[in-house]
Design a protein around this ligand. Sequence first.
Ligand SMILES: C[S@@+](CC[C@H](N)C(=O)[O-])C[C@H]1O[C@@H](n2cnc3c(N)ncnc32)[C@H](O)[C@@H]1O
Length: 199
Amino acid sequence: MRAFVLRARSTPVDGASLLASVGTGAHGEILAHTLMNAIYLAQSHRDDVIVHLVLERSPDYSRTVTFDSREIGDTGGFHEQALLGTIARALDASRGMGKEEARAVEPGVSVRTVSFERLAQELATRFQLFVMDRKGTPIRDQPFTRAPCFLLTDHLPMPKKGFSSLERLGAERISLGRRMLFASQCVVLLHHELDCRER
Ligand SMILES: C[S@@+](CC[C@H](N)C(=O)[O-])C[C@H]1O[C@@H](n2cnc3c(N)ncnc32)[C@H](O)[C@@H]1O
C-alpha cells in the first residue's frame, strides 16, 4: 500500500465553501489535483493507494476525507469538478458529527472528525512515515522498508511544532529536489520513484 496525507490547512470543512474556494486564497483545487494524481491513471486507477485529505478550516473539528482506491466506485470522472463534488458530499455527510466519529459516504469514500495529529499517530503504527520537505534526504538515497505514507501540505507550510511531533512518531524528511513543487506534483514523482523500485 501507498498512503498520502494532504494537510489542507486553509480549506473549509463545509461542502459549499469548499466548492466556492476554487481559485481563491483557500485553493480548494489543490485537493482535487492531489487526489487525481494519487489515484488515477490513464484508462484506469491504481489499486493500492489510500488518500487522506485533512481539511482544517473548521469551527469545530478537522474533517479527514479518505479515499481507498481498492474500493472506490464511479466518482463521475476524474476532473476537478467531479472530485471536489465527491469531497463536498463527504463534508456534507459529516455535518453535526462529534469528535472522532466516522461515517461511510460512498464506496471507497469515508469521512472522520479526526485531526491531522491523531491521524498521523494512527498511521505511524502501520506505515513508514515521510514528511515532504525540500531540505530532507534526497528521495534516491532513501530506503523504503515498509509501506510508505507521505505527509504533504497545501500552500501553507507545516507548522514548525508539527515537524517535531511527526519526528517523535518516527517520520523522516525526504526531498524531491530544490524546487518548490505543488503537492500534486510531489505525488507524481513519489509514485514514479516507487514504481521504478518495484520493477
Ligand atoms: C506548495 S508546497 C507547500 C508550500 C509552503 N509554502 C511551504 O513553504 O512548505 C506543498 C507541499 O509540497 C511539498 N514540497 C514541495 N516541493 C518539494 C520538494 N522539492 N521536495 C519535497 N517536498 C516538497 C511541501 O513540503 C508541501 O508539503
